[in-house]
Write a protein that binds this ligand. Structure first.
Ligand SMILES: [Fe+2]
Length: 318
């Protein structure tokens, strides 16, 4: 059990009142700053919904313009979509290019993951045998809304804050993703009730009991917040799945989760994309889901994505 010291000033919040940093849009007391940030974000999100894929000549050697376009999209909408047709679906070349892309964008601290090679890349593909078999990411099943690495949290800077997902080969059918910027989710929740934000920023809002991961590595129980704000940057740690997640017993948090589920079911800012070969997303760990898919069956033709996850945030580490 986790001890939580009650020191509420708002009678509806049973625990330490959590707030974003002063001088940031996440300060619940600074309505004007929030309002300005909110309006800019919603405007940027509407514009981004119509944006296409940024074309990259060689992801490992970004031109200044390519790099600026990616970082600007990430600053405004927490994500950028790109395509690099020259990679032509070739596995080794793509691997090197994606590792170079991550470094070119200033990512340095990669997740410790047993399936990751030295370059921090984890292949996401259907695994019928070995340690990954039986885990949803390595199956053809749908994956419900989450941010990556929600099950591990050590500190605000030691959580997964950015991710690249690159499609080497797509499925025979299906496998589309939905994506939603955590900033938009924050806005929906704060506009509904600022107490929702405080409840989701509680340091013990969400606890993942101890478990063994797909690589057979044991993880102790991990407790942490859903929203984490450092300066003017927001990160999110969340899964909508109900199994193996313990939520803090707080009626405001329960109501906040219901609102969040409603946003993830209906929000008009959700982007749906089916990544084609040589396309990918670079993001500050946005919320995402995956639809089920039918895989190609010939050896070496199945759906394959490369994933890189980092503790660094895009645009703040270069
Ligand atoms: Fe994911």
């Amino acid at each position: 059990m986790i001890a939580v010291s009650p020191s509420a000033t708002d009678s509806r919040i049973t625990g330490p009142v959590q707030n974003g940093p002063a001088g940031s849009p996440f300060d619940l007391g600074d309505h004007d700053r929030y309002r300005r940030w909110r309006d800019e974000k919603l405007q940027a999100a509407a514009a981004f919904a119509g944006a296409g894929f940024i074309s990259l000549e060689d992801p490992a050697r970004l031109s200044p313009q390519e790099r600026d376009s990616i970082l600007a999209a990430c600053a405004q909408s927490s994500m950028a979509f790109y395509e690099a047709p020259a990679l032509a679906g070739e596995e080794d070349a793509t691997r090197r290019a994606i590792a170079g892309l991550a470094r070119g964008l200033g990512l340095r601290n990669f997740e410790e993951h047993r399936s990751a090679t030295e370059d921090g890349i984890v292949p996401i593909e259907v695994a019928d045998m070995g340690g990954r078999a039986g885990f949803i990411p390595y199956s053809t099943h749908a994956i419900n809304w989450h941010t990556d690495g929600y099950y591990s949290y050590r500190s605000p800077t030691r959580m997964i804050r950015s991710m690249i997902l690159h499609c080497v080969r797509d499925a025979a059918e299906g496998g589309e993703n939905g994506f939603l910027d955590p900033d938009i989710v924050y806005i929906r929740l704060r506009d509904a009730d600022p107490a929702f934000i405080a409840a989701l920023m509680h340091p013990h809002a969400m606890t993942i009991p101890s478990f063994d991961d797909a690589a057979g590595e044991g993880h102790g129980a991990v407790s942490g917040p859903v929203f984490v704000a450092i300066d003017s940057a927001l990160s999110m740690r969340f899964t909508i799945r109900k199994r193996n997640v313990i939520w803090r017993d707080d009626p405001v948090l329960t109501a906040a989760r219901e609102k969040l589920a409603d946003v993830l079911a209906n929000d008009p800012m959700i982007l749906r994309k089916r990544l084609a070969p040589n396309q990918g997303i670079i993001c500050n760990n946005v919320l995402h889901e995956r639809r089920a898919f039918t895989d190609k069956t010939d050896e070496g033709t199945g759906r394959l994505l490369y994933r890189v996850r980092s503790y660094d945030r895009l645009g703040t580490t270069a």
